[in-house]
Design a protein around this ligand. Structure first.
Ligand SMILES: *Cc1c(COP(=O)(O)O)cnc(C)c1O
Length: 230
């Protein structure tokens, strides 16, 4: 199957899940998680109408940017971002989905201010409260959103979450519901219901995520095939 065929199949599954949930499939953005796939694969995805491409590693993103891999589609940064690499990402990625600490928020604010730009972000919530994962604990999401509102060079568009990898389907659904509840709460209390994006769901669970309210799914394997780690 080609990348274009895979995208068409994922789109059909997205539409089916959206319809089941009584939602408009057009409101769900498909982000291709293109880590470990080369510039040619990214271009293929863009030609096939992917809504955005998401990268995990700064070095890989920088190299592929130099090859014009993302021309024609927005670029998202979706991986763990270290503070000392913010300069390579802020102002280059259209959306940084993985803002999971106040230190990182401050660094992005500082860099965006220097560039005289406003960086769009999602706040990442560590919904499973996993020690090894970044993201705000659920109880701190509201204060993090308040902190983001007080910084004029970042604009919060919503929340991102990755439930624990070992969760059962039932547990996963509960995590998605919890993220949605946090999203609704912060949207109402701090953003006049103007937030647009709830990013959750990957190749194995994007239909469940859509039924749970996701507006953005990040799909790698189902589009690009399995990744070969060396
Ligand atoms: C790799 C990755 C994905 C996509 O994972 P697949 O299971 O291959 O679809 C989504 N989100 C993030 C943050 C990722 O790193």
């Amino acid at each position: 199957m080609s990348i274009a065929e895979n995208i068409a199949q994922v789109r059909a599954s997205i539409a089916a899940a959206a319809r089941e949930a009584g939602r408009d499939p057009g409101e769900i953005l498909l982000v291709g998680a293109s880590k470990m796939n080369d510039a040619a694969a990214c271009r293929e995805a863009v030609a096939a109408g992917i809504d955005a491409l998401g990268e995990n590693r700064v070095q890989e993103m920088t190299a592929k940017l130099a090859e014009n891999a993302y021309a024609g589609a927005p670029l998202h940064f979706i991986g763990h971002l270290q503070r000392n690499k913010v300069k390579q990402v802020a102002g280059k990625a259209d959306l940084i989905q993985s803002v999971g600490s106040l230190e990182l928020l401050d660094e992005i604010e500082k860099t965006a201010a220097r560039l005289e730009t406003v960086q769009d972000i999602l706040l990442e919530v560590n919904i499973g409260q996993e020690a090894a994962k970044s993201g705000f604990p659920p109880a701190e999401v509201l204060s993090a959103a308040q902190a983001a509102l007080e910084r004029s060079h970042v604009r919060t568009l919503g929340l991102m979450a990755i439930p624990p990898a070992d969760a059962s389907r039932e547990e996963n659904l509960r995590y998605f519901d919890k993220v949605r509840a946090l999203f609704i709460d912060m949207n109402e209390k701090l953003f006049h219901n103007g937030l647009q994006h709830l990013s959750m769901g990957m190749s194995g669970d994007y239909q469940d995520a859509i039924r749970a309210g996701a507006t953005m799914v990040r799909v790698g394997t189902a589009i690009f095939g399995s990744r070969h780690y060396t």
